[in-house]
Design a protein around this ligand. Structure first.
Ligand SMILES: Nc1ncnc2c1ncn2[C@@H]1O[C@H](COP(=O)(O)OP(=O)(O)O)[C@@H](O)[C@H]1O
Ligand SMILES: [Mg+2]
Length: 228
């Protein structure tokens, strides 16, 4: 089953009533269990596309089917619920809450669900363990390295058991070795847990490790000849 199907997605930004087209008819089909990499120049529209995939933004026109549901036919509050249940998001700058511990940060998406505090703690611990950080559960973000903070952000993205993991330049702020480790974690989530992953990167080395690579060019996506 296709988990994602985009049909002719267009997106304009408007500045003083002037339309700036960024996406010019994106078509994309992603099967459950795929690992898709998206590359492209800075400003080519990768994050705009990712925000639409993550239901954080609406396209100007086009259709988005997520698990065969017509996403943009939903009302705003239903969209929020759909996002919370279905999608995990990881960003370049980890967006952890500074006053909270690693464990509390991981548990945040579960606060919107009807779960007991014990259950939230248990589930958050499980996810911290998955990313190799259970010993660090009590640390605040500033007491963790960049790579560790990104692991916490990944655990937070996974805690609600999403179907789709979206990562926008997740290794962009990390050094080479840490970036390799984070990439290995994404690959393991894909291969061992069957997680469907879409990852944006501008680094060839990172793109080489994705199962399928697409390039954003002139507002459209094109297939890249397989690198490996
Ligand atoms: N909220 C916005 N309002 C107006 N223009 C925007 C907005 N967000 C992005 N853009 C413009 O859209 C283009 C694509 O941006 P983006 O999707 O962030 O590209 P990428 O992630 O590939 O670097 C850029 O020219 C950017 O300046
Ligand atoms: Mg971007």
């Amino acid at each position: 089953m296709s988990i994602v199907k985009l049909e002719n997605i267009c997106k304009n930004y408007y500045l003083n009533d002037v339309a700036f087209p960024v996406l010019n008819g994106v078509n994309l089909q992603i099967e459950t269990g795929e690992f898709v990499g998206i590359v492209g120049e800075s400003g080519s529209g990768k994050s705009t596309l990712m925000n639409i995939l993550g239901v954080l933004d609406h396209p100007t026109s086009g259709k988005y089917y997520l698990n065969e549901c017509d996403v943009f036919s939903y009302e705003e509050d239903e969209l929020a619920a759909l996002r919370n249940r279905t999608i995990g998001f990881v960003f370049q700058s980890f967006f952890l809450l500074p006053r909270m511990t690693a464990l509390q940060n991981v548990g945040l998406p579960l606060l919107y669900r009807n779960l007991s505090p014990e259950k939230i703690k248990e589930q958050s611990f499980k996810m911290l363990k998955k990313v190799g950080l259970e010993e660090f559960h009590d640390r605040k973000p500033t007491q963790l390295s960049g790579g560790q903070q990104q692991r916490v952000a990944i655990a937070r993205a996974l805690v609600g058991e999403p179907h789709l993991l979206l990562a926008d330049e997740p290794t962009g702020a990390l050094d080479r070795r840490t970036s390799d480790e984070i990439m290995s974690l994404f690959l393991s989530l894909n291969r061992h847990d069957g997680m469907t992953v879409v990852l944006i990167t501008h680094e060839e080395k990172v793109a080489e490790r994705c199962g399928r690579v697409l390039r954003m060019e002139e507002g459209c996506l094109c297939q890249v000849e397989q690198i490996k």
